[in-house]
Design a protein around this ligand. Sequence first.
Ligand code: SF4
Ligand code: SF4
Length: 654
Amino acid sequence: MIQLYNFPGGIHPPENKELSNPGQLITLPLPEELIIPLGQHIGAPSEAVVKKGDQVSKGQLIAKAIGSRSADLHAPTSGVIADVSDQQVAHASGLKETCITLHADGKDTWHADITPANPEQLSDDEVRQRIYAAGIIGMGGAGFPSNAKLATDKTIHTLLLNGVECEPYISADDTIMQVDSDGIVKGTRLLMRLLGQVKCIIAIEDNKPKAIATMQAATADDAAIEVVVIPTKYPSGGEKQLIQNLTGKQVPKGGIPADLGILCVNVATVNAIHDAVYLGRPSIDRITTVTGKGVNKPGNYRILVGTKVDFILNHCEMDASANKVVLGGPMMGFQLPSIQVPLVKTSNCLLVPGVDEFPAADAAMACIRCGQCEVVCPAQLLPQELYWLAKSDAFEKIEQYNLMDCIECGACAYVCPSQIPLVQHYRYAKGVIRHKAQEAKQAEHAKLRFEAREQRLIDEQNAKEERRKARAAAAAAAQAAKRANQANGDDPIAAAKARVAAKQQAAKAQATDSNPEPAAEPSHKELKTAAAIARTKLKKAQKAFADAAATDHPDTDKLQVTVNELTQRSAAAAEALAKFESQLGVDPEAIKAAQVEWAKANAKVRKLTKLAPEDDATEAVHMEYQQTLDAAQKDLQQAESHLQSLKNPTEESS
Ligand code: SF4
Ligand code: SF4
């Protein structure tokens, strides 16, 4: 039994989970048309590998991942590709994205490559490859590709399965734990195998007694897996809140659970991993809760990815009086601008409230600074301050108030007596900040590429000039030899002598031509500056490249080229400096030793400065202190000049 802690804030809204009959799974009929958006995951949209008119089988690859945070997409059923075009997707703004439209042939024929396997006969790499090829992403809503999560370079000691499902109304995870505990446990053991020596915790809120009992029974024979029941409180399913609940530790600011040695995965994702490895099945469907008093047949449905919301709601008999459809739960979901949009891999709930279920909110009133929002905030933010700052477009300041740590749980808005739609303000501010950051990043990328290109052009021009001079010198030598031959007629010895003389003359001319005014050798200081600038530029480019690669930014490849160029340039500058310094007799080991001496002397002075005697101390004490301080400062000066003399031998002698 592990000790439970708590997390700050949180609320207890009505749960309303029984409405969707948790534990009963219904398979939705096959729709005639499926719309599969290419951007269902956190990274860059996948790239379609099919075109209009192609015949595809169920499970066949139809779009390939682009980058490490992207995921493959597969045909949810067999049929014909009707189009690859921009279509409206499930987004609050109603934006369009490239989608693949598939017309089902009704046969639901699996692709021949979809074959089961015995994981015991697969290597770890083969298991990882099957997970990658299945296009699995976090199904709890994060959309992070599972293979990328598993590829962490941190040491993991705990696999944390998130079966908390804290948001009201939703019971999809509850259902999957009840109906396929075997798949979840097998998937869990696969992950434990890939992660090495880890223990596993399956966390479930205490409002899901059947799921708890099922998972406890399924794991009873495995001491390495523990089902941990946590008290119901919203939002205890948030990754950071769950970890704090279970360990008492906070995920570091800007960090991830792996920084604490924990890998957190949703139970539905683990089930999909089981299907991929054991059955060879890609991620083409999911369990979605369809609920609310606005549908006559609420429940948990197995639905193909790409099924349109209107098809689902027709099947679930949406009430004609229902006037809105929310994708997600009542706390974190958003109202769909249209029901002609498709479900994606992360869609865990469709909520259709009855007319009296969520009465329209009264108009927002002024903030009365009651502080209730602050009390319930699980991220320990100051929601009312964030609200004021977002409202006044104070984007720099709002970042200092840690807006980006807001998990958009909506607890603050839930308790706000002034009915202020706080989360909308936060989303707006986050959108602006991300946009600005993106713009700044692009400008930085462009600057780096411009500078690298300019330098390359200068190098090319210099090389061209060198070649021109060499050609001119060779031509001059040839001319001189020709003239000498003519002048010496048939006398071969005289002609040979004349040729040698001409060559010497040409070489001399070339040397003079090449260095009309011999350029001054760069000084030690100039070489050091050049090496430092080259290093700084390289570091900047490396950082820009790492950021771009982590987010699958379209500039990634170009930045890689820039990094390669700057690496060469930096190495050349360092080599020139090292060569110069070795000629000067600069000794790196002696410099290191002198740096240590300087640091010691500096620390001594700083320490002494803090130990100044009080004003009322005796004169003798003051004098003794001053002498000690003077001596230490003198030592520091000597250490400094010794260090500088080693670093800059030429400057010392001048
Ligand atoms: S709960 Fe609402 S009214 Fe109260 S301080 Fe927060 S934002 Fe203002
Ligand atoms: S939405 Fe953000 S600010 Fe509001 S309670 Fe949740 S984490 Fe705190």
